[in-house]
Design a protein around this ligand. Structure first.
Ligand code: G3H
Ligand code: 13P
Ligand code: ZN
Length: 326
């Protein structure tokens, strides 16, 4: 069942974070639904307790143009039928104004992200406000971004681009956005930190203090870049030296401070990369795409279930379902 992102945040706020996972293809979609329902493969034991979780499916502009946005929409609709017990929202990740309008008018998306964080402060407010006004007419909520995600890959070191708490309060009040992506030390991709850098819990707390009660924050660049998967990639011929990610044990403390949505894309790519490299290494005679595809779906589902246990969303599905009926 597709619900609004607002409904997910209302249930999660201060208790756990909802995993927001990017998809691009069928195998990711199937693995994502199975993982969130605690069924890593179609033969899972139905008597085993599950750790089912609500979740957000994210679609980036790149995903929309990888094949065609209509394929993604059709796949999600099919998954909704195949997995009727799932509760999730559909979200546009890092939209431009134009793409936001396209998603708003499609009637398919629960929420959109307008990313004008690269613009000067006033311009960011102006653009975000235009999108918010249009989205709210259709009951769609808007995530905006303030500050810029740093990262050693962009040569941005230190706190220069972190979200300023005072600006955050003004930004939210003037733009009317429904949630705020905050720059709190993370960055996109598999190379997040060097040396002692890390997630800035202190800054999350400072921003929470200036926002109105229960206003949801969003953490981008949240992949943990697990050493296990990077080692498997490297052992199978990959070249990913020096990668690093967010400590998974920080998701829940961040959630308790009001981070309701945790964006994860890179980790899924790492699972995909390791499984396929190993498949080609270990079975060079195979040229059928389905054997590695099956292994990937199961591994990805297991990984999603693990992530949800760290986010605190694992085991929350039935409580959410009950709260939606009230
Ligand atoms: O934040 C970016 C996401 O990881 C999406 O990446 O634009 O390559 O699909 P993408
Ligand atoms: P990662 O690159 O850490 O997975 O972040 C994804 C993201 O923020 C998508 O918006
Ligand atoms: Zn992002």
């Amino acid at each position: 069942m597709i619900v609004t992102t607002k409904q997910l945040f209302a249930h999660a706020y201060g208790k756990y974070a909802v995993g927001a996972y990017n998809i691009n293809n069928l195998e990711q979609t199937v693995g994502l639904f199975r993982g969130n329902l605690g069924k890593s493969d179609s033969n899972s034991d139905p008597t085993k307790p599950t750790v089912s979780a609500p979740f957000i499916i994210q679609i980036s502009r790149g995903a929309r143009s990888y094949s065609d946005k209509r394929f993604l929409e059709a796949m999600i609709r099919a998954a909704e039928e195949v997995f009727p017990e799932a509760i999730f929202a559909v979200h546009l990740d890092h939209g431009t104004e134009e793409v936001c309008y396209d998603c708003i008018s499609s009637g398919f998306y629960s929420s959109v992200m307008i990313d004008a964080s690269h613009e000067p402060f006033e311009k960011n407010i102006e653009i975000t406000k235009r999108v918010t006004d249009r989205a709210h007419e259709k009951g769609i909520s808007v995530e905006a971004e303030l500050g810029q995600l740093g990262g050693i890959e962009e040569d941005i070191v230190g706190s220069v681009c972190l979200t300023e708490p005072d600006q955050a309060a003004e930004f939210v009040a003037k733009s009317g956005c429904d949630s705020l992506a905050v720059a709190i030390g993370t960055s996109h991709g598999a190379f997040k930190f060097s040396g002692s850098q890390g997630l800035r819990m202190d800054r999350i707390a400072e921003i929470k203090n200036v926002l109105s009660k229960n206003f949801p924050m969003v953490m981008h660049g949240s992949s943990s870049v697990p050493k296990e998967w990077v080692d498997r990639i490297n052992a199978a011929g990959g070249q990913m030296k020096g990668s690093s990610g967010v400590d998974e044990n920080q998701y829940l403390p961040a959630a308790k401070l009001g981070v309701c949505k945790v964006n994860i894309d890179t980790d899924g790519r790492l699972v995909w990369c390791a499984i396929h490299r190993e498949a080609f290494r270990d079975d060079p005679a195979n040229f059928d795409l389905r054997p590695p595809g099956k292994v990937f779906i199961k591994a990805y589902a297991d990984y999603i279930a693990h992530k949800n246990s760290k986010l605190g969303s694992g085991g929350q599905l039935e409580s959410l379902r009950a709260s939606l009926k009230k």
